[in-house]
Design a protein around this ligand. Structure first.
Ligand code: EPZ
Length: 418
């Protein structure tokens, strides 16, 4: 069941409901460790990474009920500071337990986190930030052991590199520290705004989230509350690419256009007709062949690295030559070998690729290597000539809720391999 059969030559048209953001839901779930009172979270995406996060919280003693994409969480029974390594190493998001467990128990012991193989994925910025707040950090046998012998003290922290994860780690640890913490050169992603909004709902005093300077005034304790997860901007962008590459017309509902400004700019440059409303985005290619666009990934509000593989597919079947520069991760072009097998003309350099558009891709037996490239290969199968098989689709289930079902509703024909 880890393979998909995908019939090609499809035009994708119709409406798609966007799910909650994976990269907002994951940190927010782990922030619940900071309180002992009941929490309700809605618009939770049904993803394997979310299931792992729920298993991790339950392994720590938290009670969680998952009903119709709403989580009812009772963190009062949380009783251990060391989650099981076999779960921790499955997802990168595990690192976001470190700050909250340290705050709650005065110590935390976490195996080195996992995540997509798109680079080394160091955690030095997370650990340096916690150390600046007063934590003692030891690394031993692939474990991180953090401890404090007094409450964390608020500090001014300049981030030597913009990091979504480390910004969230520091924000979470500063929430219950003593005094003011200022994070300078903070990441500005919408998911960080959503984490700050959630923590403020519980009684935190965080201002400036979404800017490059975040202020966290430590409070004594947090209470319970309700939060709705923001829409997933990368899932939205992925379905807009589905319309663009198949010359179709797709409307994404339950989304937030203001999170996709840079993506929409590039899609318009490619020749797409874009319309937006309060919570929807429509892309109509009007049967036209797209124009290739140059991309250079950067931290938000720049072009998101998580949309890089999808745009490489678009450029591969567009008119003209284009360059895609990957500035965030050092190994995020692994999928190109699979597109080249399908007939794409891509030259791979160290930090960039050069695409020369071709008229058609041919079906192939493909191997997915990570989350965003697995979605890209499935989309490539939808437009290629023939029947494409994509293996290792467990990568896709990590970050896209019901991806084959949503695509089939748009006119694709994707079957799980029996
Ligand atoms: C988050 O990863 C997202 N993951 C990624 O999405 C996303 O691509 C990335 O942010 C964008 O920056 C989740 O939210 C679960 P970073 P994260 O810290 O936090 C380096 C997806 O497909 N760095 O912003 O791991 C790092 O190597 C995933 O949904 C350090 O050097 O990313 C990278 O080069 C993929 N030291 C850069 O900073 C650190 O301590 C940005 O990484 C941390 C990061």
């Amino acid at each position: 069941m880890n393979k998909l059969y995908i019939e090609g030559n499809k035009k994708l048209n119709g409406n798609v409901l966007i799910s909650g953001s994976k990269n907002a839901a994951l940190p927010i779930l782990f922030m619940t460790i900071l309180t002992k009172e009941k929490i309700k979270i809605s618009n939770i995406p049904q993803l394997t990474d979310i299931n792992i996060a729920i298993k991790l919280l339950k392994s720590l003693g938290t009670k969680i009920v998952n009903k119709n994409k709403i989580l009812y969480i009772d963190p009062s029974t949380l009783n251990t500071f060391s989650p099981p390594y076999y779960l921790v190493k499955k997802i990168r998001a595990s690192i976001w337990m470190l700050g909250p467990l340290l705050t709650r128990f005065g110590k935390a012991k976490i195996f080195f986190p996992g995540g997509c193989k798109i680079g080394l994925r160091p955690i030095n910025l997370h650990l340096n930030g916690l150390a600046k707040l007063g934590a003692k950090i030891i690394k031993k046998d692939n474990y991180i052991i953090a401890s404090i012998d007094q409450p964390l003290i608020g500090k001014y922290i300049y981030m030597e590199k913009i990091s979504v994860g480390a910004t969230i780690t520091i924000m979470s640890a500063a929430t219950l520290s003593i005094g003011m913490t200022i994070i300078e050169n903070a990441a500005k992603e919408p998911e960080i705004i959503d984490v700050a909004k959630f923590l403020n709902t519980l009684g935190a005093e965080i201002t400036g989230a979404g800017s490059n300077k975040i202020y966290i005034k430590g409070v004594l304790k947090l209470h319970g509350g309700y939060h709705k997860i923001i829409p997933d901007r990368i899932e939205t962008g992925t379905f807009l690419i589905a319309a663009a590459i198949s010359r179709g017309l797709v409307t994404c509902h339950n989304t937030e256009p203001k999170y996709l400004t840079n993506i929409l700019k590039k899609l318009s440059e490619a020749g797409a007709n874009i319309k937006t409303g309060k919570n929807w985005i429509q892309l109509d290619m009007k049967e036209k062949k797209p124009m290739a666009v140059n991309i250079s990934t950067s931290p938000y509000p720049g072009f998101p690295t998580d949309m890089q593989p999808q745009f490489a597919l678009l450029n591969s079947i567009s008119k003209g030559k284009s360059v895609i520069i990957e500035n965030i991760f050092e190994n995020r072009f692994a999928y190109t070998s699979e597109l080249i097998k399908m007939g794409a003309k891509i030259e791979i350099k160290k930090k960039y690729i050069i695409c020369n558009g071709v008229s058609k891709l041919s079906a192939e037996n493909l191997i997915a290597t990570d989350l965003r490239s697995s979605a890209t290969l499935i989309l490539a199968g939808c437009i290629a000539k023939g029947i494409t098989v994509v293996n290792n689709i467990h990568h896709c289930k990590r970050g896209y809720e019901s991806f084959p079902i949503k695509l089939n509703k748009l006119g694709a024909n994707i079957q799980h391999m029996q």
